[in-house]
Design a protein around this ligand. Structure first.
Ligand code: GH3
Ligand code: MG
Ligand code: MG
Length: 492
């Protein structure tokens, strides 16, 4: 669970004391509130966006609910500079605080951890929460204004409407921006920075041209606002949340600025619809950018997880679960490949078959788990005796196979003798010894498919001759196509 959700600030924020955090929140909120003064509304101008609402929500999500006094203080201070009355200012502060607390509660409840919009639904839910919670701030402000008789020429409904859209837009645009930038982002490769510039410059130029009325009057500016969307989609599909939220915020800031100045496509629409058009534009930009970005992220995470699962599955399919050595299926594939290569390049391939002597007794006396332990220890011993392209496999039960490409008869025999000695001397193997049979292609047999049987035959002879020894395959009366019988090995 995120630290901030439990009421404690996360990451960088924890380096500030509580008083420091309150001050930080209050300063940020107050500065934003004064930058886009709500006084504008009282003077009859359209209040377009309230970044302070987004800052308040982000602060509560990042630092915990306990920083609410910072929001209240800053909102009240901003109010007192406008309203004059301390009581009214306190009420304005309470409205702004309640709005942020309710929004933070809903975001934590519905969206989950506050700093990631990892699913498309998160973004849509976030926008809905912004719309819902903004009603609280709007109602408080409208009530205070109506109470003090300051609503001027504007009606109560119009005041509420403008305040609501300003808060909703502030939350939708500013909160995701702060939330994304508050966490550490991945390092950017240089070509990504270049691509960002190639994207941001034309995007801002287009937004500026459309909203500042600098296009020829013959061009219909309202439909032209759709020109911004391909840029937003580009950012969403190619960049991280940070870049997407930043570009969204820049687009919305340019649009809001010019709209507040009385320019752009939204001002020439039906009277009273300007704030709604601007909010609809901002919501479209934010939802398109963040939803697509979330979906693209989900897709790439799913592909990564699938690739990882496939890798694990492939690995599991060729490994013995107890010893983690290769299994018999892999042995057959590998041996077939190595023998083909050996045939083509006139090289040798040695096979060592290893079987523990009287292993059943370990199970019978010490238990199956102790037997398993011996098998695992033997596997790690065998790993010490493989090098280069050699492989060690668990053939089945307490039988193991080593494949040594490019070996000679002498080197294979030497390796087998060394292993036999090491097993004999190894502590932790409960005194068990091993018998080994060795066959070398093409010396022992020129038929690749008979090589394993040749090594097995040699192993059988090692068992027959008293165990705890190495036997090299030698052509004899028994044909290599005869499977090694089991009975002589069980005889002591
Ligand atoms: P020898 O090879 O010397 O003839 O005698 P052995 O006692 O080793 O006889 P054999 O190879 O026929 O029996 C192998 C025994 O290995 C039988 C079985 O109980 C045991 N075994 C096989 N797989 C496992 C395993 O995964 N874990 C344990 N603990 N025992 C196993
Ligand atoms: Mg055995
Ligand atoms: Mg056996």
């Amino acid at each position: 669970m995120d630290a901030a959700v439990r009421g404690r600030p996360a990451g960088w924020a924890s380096s500030f004391s509580y008083a420091g955090q309150l001050l930080l929140v209050a300063i940020a909120y107050f500065a934003a509130a004064r930058l886009v003064p709500s006084a504008g509304m009282l003077a009859g101008q359209a209040l377009v966006v309230s970044p302070a609402a987004g800052i308040a929500l982000a602060a509560l999500l990042l630092l915990g609910y306990r920083v609410w006094p910072g929001v209240w203080l800053a909102a009240a201070l901003a109010g007192v500079t406008v309203q004059g009355s301390l009581f009214d200012a306190a009420l304005l502060g309470a409205g702004a605080t309640l709005e942020a607390v309710v929004a933070a509660l809903l975001v934590r409840r519905c969206v989950g951890l506050p700093r990631s919009f990892e699913r498309g639904e998160d973004v849509v839910e976030f926008v809905a929460i912004a719309a819902l919670s903004s009603a609280i701030g709007a109602t408080t402000v409208t009530a205070v204004i109506a109470w003090s008789g300051l609503s001027g020429s504007q009606g109560v409904a119009s005041t509420w409407w403008m305040q609501w859209q300003a808060d909703a837009m502030g939350i939708v645009v500013v909160a995701p921006l702060i939330l994304c930038w508050s966490r550490r982002g991945p390092a950017k490769p240089q070509q990504k920075t270049l691509e960002m510039l190639c994207l941001a410059l034309p995007t801002l130029a287009a937004t500026q041209a459309i909203f500042s009325d600098s296009l020829p009057a013959t061009l219909p500016s309202l439909p032209l606002t759709f020109v911004i969307l391909p840029f937003v989609i580009w950012a969403a599909l190619r960049f991280e949340q940070r870049e997407v939220t930043t570009l969204n915020a820049l687009i919305c800031a340019v649009a809001a600025w010019h709209t507040a100045e009385g320019h752009g496509p939204f001002t020439s629409a039906l009277p009273g619809t300007t704030p709604l058009l601007l909010l609809a534009f901002a919501a479209t930009v934010v939802i398109t950018g963040l939803v697509l970005n979330a979906v693209a992220g989900e897709r790439s995470r799913a592909i990564d997880a699938l690739a990882q699962a496939l890798k694990t599955l492939k690995e599991e399919a060729i490994r013995d679960p107890l010893t983690n050595l290769y299994n018999r299926r892999f042995l057959h594939d590998y041996l077939a490949r190595e023998l083909m290569r050996a045939e083509r390049d006139h090289l040798r391939v040695a096979v060592l078959m290893i079987d523990l002597d009287h292993f059943k007794r370990v199970n019978d006396t010490a238990g199956h788990a102790a037997g398993d332990e011996v098998l695992v220890k033997l596997a790690s011993l065998l790993k010490r005796y493989i090098r280069g392209s050699d492989i060690a496999c668990r053939f089945g039960g307490e039988e193991f196979t080593l494949v040594l490409p490019n070996a000679t008869v002498q080197s294979a025999q030497a390796r087998a003798e060394a292993i036999c000695k090491a097993v004999r001397e190894e502590r932790g193997l409960r005194g068990v010894t091993a018998s080994l049979g060795v066959a070398v292609f093409p010396d022992s047999t020129a038929e690749p498919e008979a090589l394993l049987r040749a090594a097995d035959r040699a192993l059988y002879e090692a068992k027959e001759r008293g165990r705890n020894r190495v036997k090299m395959f030698a052509r004899g009366p028994a044909t290599i196509s005869t499977l090694r019988p089991k009975s002589p090995r069980r005889a002591a």
